[in-house]
Write a protein that binds this ligand. Structure first.
Ligand code: C5P
Length: 233
């Protein structure tokens, strides 16, 4: 899949999401459905967006015992999503089981990527709450290597960590990066952020942007700006 901007459709329900997308007309953005929308609108919203020809990253961040992860992934795979994810913190056995569950009888499957550390987690939380004494970059790279050796396609990480992950896991290992803000934009609850252009420079394959697009006065213009800065077009 080519590099692109993914819009985080963090809406409370199906109608809000479809209203938002109606402004895009024939443009078919790559969208991310997260927990808020999925828990309120269910698999129906995924089917609806796929039927409209949109690419969908289903961001449910699975983190459970291997058997549950495997069976959950089987259900998600049948929805025809393009990317789904889990927490690398669940360990290699869980990641391998998830991959197995995701693989359809014909051998095809959505891309599977792992969350390393949430982009809202800062060094202080890592050390004092998660009790991880390695630094952020070392932790993220180590989680990425576990994901790669478990057969996953890539990771979700901060753009700032993409170079170290690419160096450790190779250029084909996908870096999907939230925590992206326009220059001078409000960081909100994100900690490890970069602009779209910087994310491109650092090697992100996909940037995920929510509020800078969904809460913009003109979301379509903000989306086009993000694509033009990220893709250099
Ligand atoms: O609004 P904002 O641009 O901060 O949205 C970022 C999106 O990416 C949210 O949907 C959030 O759940 C998701 N995400 C993240 N950090 C991760 C994984 C996913 O911010 N590590």
């Amino acid at each position: 899949m080519d590099k692109d901007v993914i819009i985080a459709c963090d809406f409370a329900g199906k109608n809000e999401c479809l209203d938002f997308l109606s402004a895009f007309g024939d443009e078919k953005p790559f969208v991310k459905i997260g927990m808020e929308l999925y828990y309120s609108a269910g698999p129906e919203i995924v089917r609806e967006l796929k039927a409209r020809g949109l690419r969908v990253f289903l961001d449910l961040k699975i983190h459970d015992i291997p058997n549950t992860a495997k069976k959950s992934m089987k259900v998600l795979s049948e929805l025809g999503v393009d990317i789904c994810n889990l927490h690398a913190a669940g360990g290699s056995a869980m990641m391998r089981a998830a991959l197995e569950g995701l693989t359809r009888p014909d051998g095809t499957r959505p891309l599977l990527i792992a969350v390393t550390q949430l982009t809202s987690t800062n060094a202080d939380t890592l050390r004092n709450e998660l009790l991880i004494t390695s630094g952020m970059e070392e932790t993220v790279v180590s989680y990425a290597k576990n994901a790669m050796s478990s057969g996953l396609d890539g990771v979700v990480c901060s753009p700032l960590e993409a170079p170290a992950i690419k160096a450790a896991c190779g250029p084909k290992f996908i870096a999907v990066t939230p925590g992206v803000r326009f220059a001078g934009g409000d960081a909100g609850d994100q900690s490890r952020i970069a602009t779209p252009a910087k994310a491109r420079e650092l090697g992100s394959d996909f940037i995920v942007m929510g509020r800078p697009i969904t809460a913009a006065a003109d979301p379509v213009e903000a989306y086009r700006r993000a694509r033009s800065e990220f893709l250099g077009i």
